[in-house]
Design a protein around this ligand. Structure first.
Ligand SMILES: C[S@@+](CC[C@H](N)C(=O)[O-])C[C@H]1O[C@@H](n2cnc3c(N)ncnc32)[C@H](O)[C@@H]1O
Length: 256
């Protein structure tokens, strides 16, 4: 079940996080490049399976910095960008205008996409640390599949769940939360999501497992096309040495 109070708290924290998220994206500078260099943000399996996107209707759920949205638009797709935080969408709309990209923006919770008719999109893309904020992963992926046409692809590219369980201990790792504990884990923090300090905003995180994600996709009426675990990047925000662990978990599924 979707927990509305939890989603409201997470929404408030994301709205508060926008200025710093915006500044971090500016310092990376990728958003300017990815319309012409989509491989900066889309992996080879995503490019191969999505194929020719000219004129295809694609929805990106939990679009955040919108780098994937801009890459898909650069490949010719008609993209709709959905996020719970209006501030994220406002920043992205300003950048899209600067890049002369024609993108539709909608503020919505990924567990309630009632603004879209069934089977409206050719493909739905989601991920990059979105599931961790969502209290009902089955409802989330069921909504993603509902707005997807039969034969269309659901692409889920998430931070690898196995990376979420660790804390640093000496030079190595110790288990901070057992893999099977989904949460919600509540944190009282400031608005900085990358390098948080204690603060007045409460946020809630969910540690969905690989099985939870795959089962939610299957439960939504999709069939697996490919799964991949890849990437080695260790972020300085991670707080524990993740070397040797996969960074990302990719699911590509087709709506039956
Ligand atoms: C870490 S970002 C992921 C997107 C992108 N990879 C990025 O790094 O900016 C998480 C995004 O998910 C959005 N989000 C969190 N909970 C959401 C929900 N229930 N519905 C829609 N968007 C949500 C946040 O507002 C934020 O923009």
């Amino acid at each position: 079940m979707v927990d509305a109070k939890i989603h409201a708290a997470n929404h408030a924290r994301w709205e508060a996080a926008v200025p710093r998220w915006d500044a971090a994206a500016d310092s990376r500078g990728l958003w300017r490049r990815c319309p012409k260099e989509p491989d900066l943000v889309l992996c080879p399996a995503e490019r191969d399976h999505l194929g020719d996107l000219s004129g295809k209707r694609v929805c990106v759920l939990g679009s955040g910095d919108n780098q994937v949205v801009f890459a898909l638009a650069g490949l010719g797709a008609a993209v709709t960008s959905v996020d719970i935080a209006q501030g994220q969408l406002d920043v992205a709309a300003r950048r899209a205008e600067e890049l002369r990209l024609d993108i539709a923006f909608l503020r919505a919770d990924v567990t309630d996409l009632g603004a879209f008719a069934d089977a409206h999109f050719d493909h739905v893309y989601t991920g990059g640390h979105v599931a961790v904020w969502v209290s009902d992963i089955r409802r989330y992926y069921a909504e993603a599949a509902r707005i997807l046409r039969p034969g269309g692809l659901l692409v889920v590219n998430e931070y690898h769940p196995f990376r979420r369980i660790w804390r640093a201990q000496g030079d190595g790792l110790a288990v901070a939360t057992p893999y099977g504990e989904r949460g919600p884990f509540a944190y009282h923090r400031d608005a900085d999501i990358l390098r948080p300090s204690p603060g007045p905003l409460v946020s809630y995180e969910f540690h969905w497992t690989i099985a939870d994600m795959i089962n939610a996709v299957l439960h939504a009426g999709c069939q697996l096309v490919a799964v991949e675990e890849y990437g080695e990047h260790v972020g300085d925000w991670e707080g524990a040495p993740m070397h040797g662990l996969p960074e990302l978990f990719l699911i590509i599924a087709v709506k039956a």
